[in-house]
Design a protein around this ligand. Structure first.
Ligand code: ZN
Ligand code: ZN
Length: 505
């Protein structure tokens, strides 16, 4: 079946494809690196098969005794291992003579062996330095690391030696690949395939894997990028005097100094630590971060249904957990300060939703005044607060770190009970981002109206507690919020969103 010069099948093989392949073989390339120059041709083929096929075709075409393929030089022809004399000279077994049998079994062992040995005879592949011979070993490096992590989706990424990438680009420039694929992509895929075959119950996922193994094929070193675990729930802060998140010492920025007694922190603990320390231990993570739906002041408790939060656990070795068990561990370990409920697994996408979600907040404040608090008068004036928008200029106490501007917020529900000692308990449902202490004492006129300005008496806020942060199903649709007493549509959009950034302090 040696081709006649006018064999139409041969004439149809595009010359540019063969020319590129011949050009590439002016360097010593392995089949992977040769085939990769044509990676989009031949659906379902691997690059190694492409490379091998091109070598066969070049050998066949090159044996024609005519001038139609001047680009196949003697040197290149000698590099094609299917060339009979070469194989006989090198003492290798010749490829099966019957073309039918070799085409039916393109990867018969004798065919392959002769080939690979010949390719590497003149040294390693110029481009990849024979890295494709080590795919199984490289996969083992990944599998070894993989055994230390729990994951259900993964991907593999190779960190290439810049010199390899440079050689590849040089090859593209010189010979012009028809549809070349970068070496990195083939390596990622081939190693990923081998890892996948040897692991049970995991999926290959390039877009958003639990873990990405980053391999250096040259040095066989490996690192991994691990997706954090996110847990959504609600917390109640049962004590005053701890901040929501860790707060490094202002003077030493966490290093430890005399002011903070060497602890590096402003407060002994935080809601974040009281929740995170248990979870990070169970999931064997390296660190954690709490994302709250707003935050309360250090001296404010959060009671009632609590405040939604997402705990992010970084670089967790384990990813599965029982929300019920987790809740129990946290509440048993930290329950005197912080308790949690309604835990569930969340995703990274939910973090901005939590942080930016429009919300309504319930508060309970204990107030007192140097003037007397007449129950009827307080009731009447507090009902006025729920009837008009509150124009609130950034409070003095936070002005050093928040833009000074006037925000318009609403009070949706308000009630009062005057106690026998002359103090009063006020309960409020308000937009998120309304500063409640200022709503009551007036902040020297910066919040208008305030309970103090309406009653024309000084008001002191003795304690303030968050009784719940309402969002999603509790708020329902915008219309649904009406059931909380006041239509909020129309001032529920933008203001509510930056409400969260400027959450109640
Ligand atoms: Zn190669
Ligand atoms: Zn310090």
């Amino acid at each position: 079946m040696n081709s006649e010069p006018d064999d139409p099948a041969i004439d149809r093989v595009p010359a540019d494809l063969l020319e590129t392949a011949a050009c590439a073989l002016s360097k010593n390339l392995c089949d992977h690196c040769l085939g990769r120059l044509f990676a989009k041709l031949g659906f379902g083929l691997g690059n190694e098969e492409r490379g091998r096929a091109l070598r066969v075709v070049l050998a066949m075409v090159g044996e024609r005794e005519d001038e139609s393929t001047p680009f196949i030089s003697r040197e290149i022809l000698e590099r094609l291992p299917v060339h009979k004399e070469d194989i006989q000279e090198s003492g290798m077994e010749p490829a099966p003579d019957t073309p039918t049998s070799s085409w039916n079994e393109p990867s018969s062992p004798s065919f392959n062996r002769a080939w690979m040995e010949e390719v590497s005879e003149g040294g390693k592949c110029w481009l990849c330095e024979d890295v494709f011979h080590s795919l199984d070993e490289l996969a083992s490096v990944v599998l070894d690391e993989a055994s230390r992590w729990e994951f259900s989706t993964f991907s593999v990424g190779c960190r290439m030696d810049p010199r390899t990438v440079e050689r590849e680009q040089l090859l593209w420039q010189e010979c012009g690949g028809v549809s070349p694929e970068p070496i990195k992509e083939e390596l990622n895929r081939e190693i990923g395939k081998r890892v996948f075959e040897r692991l049970d119950g995991v999926e290959f996922d390039r877009a958003d894997p639990d873990i990405t193994f980053v391999l250096d094929p040259l040095y066989r070193s490996i690192t991994c990028q691990v997706k954090p675990v996110f847990i959504l729930g609600r917390y109640r802060k049962l004590v005053r005097g701890i901040p929501q998140t860790r707060w490094p010492c202002r003077h030493c920025r966490g290093k430890g100094c005399d002011r903070c007694g060497g602890t590096g922190r402003m407060y002994e603990t935080s809601v974040e630590e009281q929740i995170g320390k248990h979870v990070v231990k169970i999931l064997e993570g390296e660190d954690f971060k709490l994302h709250g739906m707003g935050r309360e002041d250090v001296d404010v408790m959060t009671l009632g249904t609590g405040r939604p939060f997402i705990l992010e656990v970084r670089r967790p070795r384990k990813r599965t957990f029982s929300p019920v068990d987790l809740e129990k561990v946290i509440n048993e370990g930290s329950g005197e300060m912080v308790s949690v409920h309604s835990l569930r697994r969340a995703s990274r996408k939910e973090v901005p939703l939590i942080k930016g979600a429009p919300s309504l907040k319930r508060y309970r404040a204990l107030i007192s005044s140097t003037s007397s608090l007449d129950e009827e008068k307080v009731k009447y004036n507090i009902s006025l607060l729920a009837k008009s928008p509150i124009e609130q200029r950034t409070p003095v106490r936070v002005a050093h770190r928040r833009a000074d501007k006037v925000r318009r917020k609403w009070v949706h529900e308000a009630s009062v009970e005057v106690l026998s000692d002359g103090k009063a308990v006020i309960e409020l449902l308000t937009d998120g981002g309304l500063y409640i202490k200022e709503l009551l004492h007036g902040d020297g006129g910066r919040t208008e109206p305030s309970l103090s300005s309406l009653m024309e008496i000084p008001i002191e806020v003795e304690t303030l507690d968050v009784m719940g942060v309402l969002f999603e199903d509790e708020m329902g649709t915008k219309e649904g919020v009406e059931s909380h007493g006041k239509k909020v549509q129309g001032h529920n959009g933008k203001h509510q969103t930056d409400a969260q950034k400027e959450a109640q302090e």
